[in-house]
Design a protein. Structure first.
Length: 489
């Protein structure tokens, strides 16, 4: 029974009772001034996945391809998740070289009342960390470094406090000797390590700090709490990295055997060369370039799409039940790839595994997991798909007043509708004209009778930009119900 027939035979808010899961998708669009802008979004529903990002699985290098085998539950992919970290960092301090507190204090100079000390019990890596008392507001610990160009760098370090952030506050600081950059170290839990990835461009500037000539790094107490301390360990400065390539391979209907058998991508798999959304972008690619940021990050590759454009006559889909391989390839920087903690001996994903190979034509090798068996090794990955949904509403946020130049009579004007898998307008939800959006936001809900959006369809907004206003970008979010998918994970 199709969605359009089912909607009239169920009494639960106009939707089938199996549609119990709720999700939203958001995307930012740049506006072409003074023209009709077409905003198109498809739903994202997570199916295959391994969630944990605790352990380094392998490193992408010029001679090492890293991959993950998975079994397709859906016939399409509408984006993937990965946890990656640029490996090209330089140490600021790992606190291992200091023999006495005096050695540490000669490098980390205290301004105030409480000198830093060596800590050997509360540590994140190695044998030592640095302890800083949170006794006095304004206490600062500064390490002088040679003048360094930190343009677009990310600073990574684990941080530990034995008091809640709302009662004891520290900040990370950089200086060129004149102005100061600062970043509050907000923790959600005390008495545990929190990994910070501080982008220098996200730091607050007290003046005009010369990021090409940073001469000191340090920490400062913002809000004191007597008798409590903070701790920092392995500090790394990471330059803005480059990129990697991500590919997809069809391995057939049998799980590839990587141990004791011959399986290579060139001869035993078929590369998917149709990555992209024909129904939105109109172009396809053999691989997707992922441009990285410094430090460890969760990446959502929205461009890694295949098989979603069922309305397009030349669209090809994945084969449900076949095994596929995501592969991560070096371009210009080494990159670390993360996955679950293998010491837990839990088989997080039973229909695939992580692997590495020196080249596409060389046999793949399973990444060793618990007890070296490789049985529990996976990358942290997620596979999104498009499926049937019911729309609950949408939200538009304009970066400026949309048609808001009321004195000139400018008006915000758009049409919101669903386009089905045959490229027909199925439901028109909103026709908006004659009003300025002064606050920059518009929200509409359809909970009285959510309209269906069939698999392969799109939620669209046609927006007439008024060249007299200052709108340059629009953020579109839409909310929906979906049925839990059958998964192989």
């Amino acid at each position: 029974m199709s969605l359009l027939r089912e909607i009239y035979t169920n009494k639960s808010n106009g939707t089938p009772k199996s549609f119990t899961k709720q999700m939203k998708v958001g995307q930012r669009f740049n506006i072409v001034k003074g023209q009709l802008n077409k905003l198109k979004v498809r739903p994202n529903i997570l199916n295959e996945h391994v969630e944990s990002s605790r352990e380094l699985m392998s490193t992408i290098t010029s001679s090492n391809i890293v991959g993950q085998v998975f079994k397709a539950s859906q016939d399409n992919i509408n984006g993937i998740l990965l946890t990656l970290e640029s490996a090209a960092g330089s140490d600021i301090d790992n606190f291992e070289s200091y023999v006495t507190d005096g050695d540490l204090q000669a490098v980390w100079v205290e301004s105030g009342t409480g000198p830093a000390t060596i800590e050997t019990t509360i540590i994140n890596e190695g044998l030592q960390s640095m302890k800083m008392p949170g006794e006095t507001n304004g206490d600062t610990w500064i390490k002088t470094i040679s003048s360094s160009d930190f343009t677009n760098f990310t600073f990574s370090f684990p941080w530990y406090q034995d008091k809640e952030y709302n009662k004891m506050k520290f900040e990370f600081i950089l200086s060129d000797g004149v102005a100061i950059l600062s970043f509050p170290l907000t923790i959600t839990q005390h008495n545990q390590w929190t990994q910070f990835e501080v982008d220098i461009n996200a730091m607050t500037d007290s003046g005009v700090t010369d990021k090409t000539a940073i001469t000191s790094v340090g920490f400062r107490v913002l809000d004191r709490e007597g008798g409590f301390s903070a701790y920092v360990d392995n500090m790394v400065a990471t330059p803005q990295p480059g990129s990697i390539q991500v590919k997809l391979w069809d391995c057939g209907d049998t799980l590839p055997v990587a141990d004791g058998a011959s399986f290579d991508l060139t001869n035993d798999a078929t590369q998917n060369t149709e990555l992209g959304d024909l129904g939105i972008g109109g172009t396809l690619a053999s691989e997707i370039n992922l441009y990285l940021r410094g430090g460890q990050r969760l990446y959502h590759l929205e461009d890694f799409i295949t098989g979603v454009a069922s309305e397009h006559p030349s669209n090809n889909t994945l084969t449900v039940g076949n095994y596929y391989a995501l592969t991560l390839h070096y371009v210009d920087t080494n990159v670390s790839v993360y996955g679950p903690d293998t010491t837990y001996s839990i088989n997080y994903y039973q229909n695939g595994y992580a692997f590495y190979t020196s080249a596409e034509g060389v046999d793949i090798t399973k990444i060793a997991g618990a007890a070296g068996s490789g049985a529990y090794s996976d990358l942290m990955f997620g596979i999104f798909s498009v499926q049937d949904i019911y729309l609950l509403g949408y939200h538009l946020h304009f970066n400026a007043e949309a048609g808001g130049a009321a004195s000139t009579g400018a008006l915000a004007d758009w049409l919101a509708f669903v386009e089905d898998s045959n490229m027909n307008i199925e439901s028109v939800m909103t026709t908006h004209g004659g009003h300025a959006i002064i606050d920059g936001d518009y929200h509409e809900e359809f909970d009285w009778k959510p309209p269906p959006l069939e698999k392969g369809g799109k939620f669209e907004i046609y927006y007439n930009d008024d060249f007299t206003d200052n709108v340059a970008g629009v953020e579109l979010e839409f909310f929906y119900l979906y049925a839990s998918p059958d998964v192989n994970g």
